[in-house]
Ligand binder design. Structure first.
Ligand code: GDD
Ligand code: MG
Length: 341
């Protein structure tokens, strides 16, 4: 029997917001935009593209601005990733809403559009979120999650599944239920966003839609969720993927491909050369062609391609840029090495 849910169009299109400056991740983002930083060995965007594909998305537009030129050489037309990929460029950042309106012009399919913040690692069931949107005939369906401290996020008040208020970043949040940064938008809700000017979907569009009586629904769940926008969070994302507390299809594919192996909760490239007396621990990631000398101890750290780590070095929660060299005996904690402006 045909139900209302199946009568509504499928969501086969997505927009990925990848144009932010990644200010909180400097110096890592001086040379690389946040969504292209590697998490568990893969550019972050690749984790999200694999998630979109698994949920039935056929085409995705990357909404780019800051360092826009680095995405296309890596992702191309998407053939390698099993999804059609195109690129919308904002000469000047248009804000999250302006970016959506601008990118939507490139979509070829009809029907609802899934929008992703480009910096959220989430194991939530995207298919279930889309199904809720379709079955309820919503204007926008937001993925929501609960956090201990909601001040740095968009906060909602709800009645049942309905969102009654949305407020972006406030000192005294009325609830701990926050915007998790993945939305399903109906086409009419996208068409209502002004194009060609800076618009924030969080500060302007959501409050406005609510005040006009639009149907904004929340898909609330307790699945793994993390905004990777700070150095500590970026390290945590890699550790959590390796330990299995976070899930990613792209990461599963990387492991299946055999170029990396897992060892005691760490991820190590097969081309890396580790002295047998070196210790790699606590979710560290050792990239291709890295050399680690005798007695070094690397804990919860990310070592970029081709870097050389000297003897007896001690690094904890530290990022080492590709091709850089850490001299013997060096000791560091919560640091960045070799990331230039
Ligand atoms: N194309 C484009 N243009 N993308 C942008 C722009 C822009 O002008 N501004 C931001 N973005 C992208 C960023 O690259 C990021 O992927 C996403 O939009 C969200 O921006 P952030 O700067 O990371 O925002 P936030 O983390 O402070 O807050 C957002 O995410 C929270 C969840 O992590 C908001 O959506 C909050 O409401 C939400 O709770
Ligand atoms: Mg963010």
């Amino acid at each position: 029997m045909d139900t209302l849910a199946t009568a509504q169009p499928l969501a086969t299109s997505a927009i990925l917001l990848v144009g932010g400056f990644g200010t909180r991740l400097q110096p890592l983002t001086f040379q690389t935009p946040k969504p292209m930083l590697r998490v568990a060995g893969i550019p972050f965007t690749e984790h999200q593209i694999a998630k979109a594909r698994a949920a039935g998305i056929k085409e995705i537009v990357l909404a780019t601005s800051y360092m826009a030129e680095v995405f296309e050489p890596y992702f191309g037309d998407g053939t390698r990733f099993g999804i059609k990929i195109s690129y919308a460029l904002e000469e000047k950042a248009l804000g999250t809403g302006g970016a959506i309106a601008n990118a939507a012009k490139l979509l070829e399919h009809d029907g609802p559009v899934v929008i992703f913040n480009g910096d959220v690692l989430s194991s939530h069931d995207l298919k279930a979120q889309i199904a809720l949107h379709r079955s309820q005939g919503a204007d926008v369906t937001l993925h929501l999650t609960e956090v201990a401290d909601a001040r740095a996020f968009g906060v909602v008040e709800m009645e049942g599944e309905r969102i009654l208020s949305f407020r972006e970043k406030m000192e005294n949040p009325p609830t701990n239920i926050i915007n998790a940064g993945c939305y399903v938008f109906s086409r009419s809700a996208i068409d209502a966003i002004p194009s060609e000017r800076v618009v924030s979907v969080e500060r302007e569009i959501f409050p406005e839609l609510i005040s006009r009586g639009a149907k904004l629904l929340g898909y609330v769940d307790t699945a793994y969720w993390l905004d990777i926008g700070t150095p500590a969070a970026l390290l945590k994302a890699t550790v959590d993927l390796i330990s299995g507390s976070a899930q990613s299809i792209a990461f599963d594919e990387l492991l299946a491909g055999g170029t990396y192996y897992e060892n005691e909760g760490c991820l190590i490239a097969r081309t890396a050369e580790l002295d047998p007396t070196a210790t790699i621990e606590s979710g560290s990631l050792i990239s291709n062609h890295v050399k680690v000398a005798a007695g070094a101890r690397l804990s919860g750290s990310i070592i970029g391609e081709g870097a050389r780590i000297g003897t007896e070095v001690r690094l904890s929660n530290t990022f080492v840029a590709p091709q850089s060299e850490i001299p013997s005996g060096f000791i560091a904690q919560n640091q960045f090495f070799g990331f230039s402006e």
